[in-house]
Write a protein that binds this ligand. Structure first.
Ligand SMILES: Cc1cc2nc3c(=O)[nH]c(=O)nc-3n(C[C@H](O)[C@H](O)[C@H](O)COP(=O)(O)OP(=O)(O)OC[C@H]3O[C@@H](n4cnc5c(N)ncnc54)[C@H](O)[C@@H]3O)c2cc1C
Length: 305
């Protein structure tokens, strides 16, 4: 289009003149969140996770969000499946066979307040839609994560990324004193922003134990993937605490899906070809890798072998 030309209206024939058909549901519909504005669980001293919305929010009386998964699946399998498979069985089949798209039909929206170091791990889950509190626009509130003395973990020797049992009390106290010093920066942060230092720069003086907040919206399939990774024992304890609270909020919304997730994903076990060969033949694992061998031993213990 040249700079002087006028935009043209779409031809009338492109816009359908057909009236919108308003189709009523077959029976009464109920609010899955029972008319509540949010379902919230406190996490640690200052954090929380709150479910603020879900799609579908309105479901036929007596049903849950599992119904939206089943409805979508029946588009691909046809109405014929309705007679042969009840909803729970179909949900379990879909999850077992990684037919994932029906689980994307359910959307969950959360409001979360968590320490920055938890948010950094959380944000790696790229399939969610996120809107975070802006520390350029607003002053960061005075909230910091601190473990209890017993909650200060010792560096794990088996898992380089993790901590395990509590460290002795004297060292734990010393660590908490260090956190006090880091938190003390807040007063200067506040006073220097009052004296005109830009908020976007002043925040650089705050530790990663400071809290942030965001709205996090994600479909159920990718939320289960998040839970699978973050409720697991290798994830950092603090993000596990949020993930487990999230699971508690989701479970009543999609009980059949959550049950299938526990059975076929979270509490299930993957066996490699080498592990299957070793179990079948009774021979040692065909790998010299120490970590792989230790993982196999842990699986055998779980299997009672
Ligand atoms: C115990 C643990 C330790 C970790 N340690 C580290 C670490 O040391 N350093 C580090 O950097 N990270 C680390 N991570 C983060 C990890 O590597 C993943 O980034 C994170 O768990 C998100 O996983 P995801 O990519 O499956 O999730 P999502 O981003 O939610 O993606 C879900 C799935 O969607 C698909 N997908 C999403 N985006 C794309 C894309 N752009 N292209 C193609 N496919 C896509 C993929 O199949 C992906 O698996 C760790 C995670 C855990 C649980």
């Amino acid at each position: 289009m040249g700079p002087m030309s006028q935009p043209t209206c779409p031809k009338e024939s492109i816009v359908s003149e057909a009236p919108i058909q308003h189709v009523k549901p077959e029976g009464p519909m109920v609010d899955l969140m029972q008319g509540d504005a949010r379902w919230q669980i406190p996490v640690h001293e200052h954090g929380f996770i709150a479910l603020v919305d879900v799609m579908p929010r309105l479901v036929p009386q007596g049903q849950t969000a599992d119904a939206a998964i089943v409805q979508a699946a029946r588009v691909s399998y046809g109405a014929g499946t309705k007679q042969v498979s009840e909803d729970r069985t179909l949900v379990r089949y879909l999850l077992r066979h990684r037919h994932t798209t029906p689980f994307e039909m359910v959307e969950l929206k959360f409001h979360v307040a968590m320490p920055m170091f938890v948010a950094r791990q959380w944000i790696r889950h790229r399939t969610a839609n996120v809107n975070e509190y802006s520390a350029r626009y607003s002053i960061v509130p005075d909230r910091f994560y601190r473990p209890t003395v017993e909650g200060v973990r010792k560096q794990s020797t088996v898992n380089r990324q993790g901590g395990d049992e509590p460290i002795e009390a004297g060292t734990a106290e010393q660590f908490l004193t260090l956190l006090d010093k880091a938190e003390a920066n807040y007063r200067e942060y506040l006073s220097l922003t009052e004296r005109g230092v830009a908020r976007e720069l002043a925040r650089a003086a705050l530790p990663v134990s400071v809290y942030t907040e965001w709205y996090w919206k994600c479909d159920l399939h990718n939320t289960l993937r998040f839970l699978s990774l973050r409720m697991e024992s290798h994830a950092q304890q603090e993000i596990q605490d949020f993930a487990r609270a999230m699971y508690r909020l989701i479970q009543p919304l999609a009980p059949a899906t959550c049950e299938a997730f526990m059975d076929y994903d979270f509490e299930s076990m993957h066996l490699s070809r080498l592990e299957i060969d070793s179990i079948r033949s009774g021979q040692p694992l065909g790998s010299q890798n120490k970590r792989e061998q230790a993982e196999f031993e842990a699986k055998k213990t779980r299997l009672g072998l």
